[in-house]
Write a protein that binds this ligand. Structure first.
Ligand code: COA
Length: 159
């Protein structure tokens, strides 16, 4: 999985399930990792309490390197949904984002899910390119998907 696009490489990275105590350290870096966008309000603690067995945290020597917050949809029996995925700027380009998704895909398909999905902003071209690289297909932008002015692209990938 290791790549050489400028990150530190995956050697030395440890990935485990999320814990409630991870919430504070994730929100502490979230806005910075998202280039100054205000994201923290979209990731309340409940995800680190009620969805921890389908969410992952990556660390290097105890420092947060990345995370993925997802769940198996209670309402859509085929679907495993990813709410947030982020990698520390210092760790990008080494395959960590892909590795976090691979963990989630394996877990979801073991539990009988046949499709992964997520949504992203049409303006987040890095996120779109990343998701397409790992096999997601993007919809056309959906105007107002998340409310007035909040357009989204819906991304899906067969498992
Ligand atoms: C998007 C993000 C999670 C990618 O993490 P990463 O660890 O750098 O990604 P990887 O190294 O695993 O890359 C996997 C593939 O995606 C591609 N990719 C990743 N980021 C990319 C970018 N910004 N632009 C173009 N391609 C990108 C890589 O080239 C790689 O492709 P390849 O395997 O075909 O060579 C990370 O840049 C990030 O946290 N961004 C800010 C938060 C965000 O927008 N999250 C997603 C929306 S919830």
């Amino acid at each position: 999985v290791a790549g050489t696009l400028g990150g530190a490489g995956l050697s030395g990275i440890e990935i485990r399930h999320a814990e409630p105590s991870d919430h504070a350290r994730v929100v502490a870096v979230l806005d910075e990792w998202w280039g100054g966008r205000h994201m923290a309000a979209m990731l309340p603690r409940l995800f680190f309490v009620h969805f921890r067995d389908t969410s992952f945290v990556a660390e290097r020597e105890g420092e947060l390197a990345g995370f993925l917050v997802g769940f198996l949809s209670p309402s859509e029996p085929e679907d495993a949904y990813v709410h947030f995925v982020g990698v520390s700027p210092a760790e990008r380009g080494s395959g960590l984002g892909r590795e976090l998704y691979e963990r989630f895909f394996a877990l979801a398909s073991e539990r009988g899910r046949s499709r992964a999905s997520c949504v992203t902003s049409p303006a987040n071209t890095g996120s779109l390119a990343f998701h397409e690289s790992i096999g997601f297909q993007a919809s056309a932008p959906q105007p107002g998907y998340d409310g007035p002015g909040e357009d989204r692209v819906v991304l899906t990938r067969a498992l």
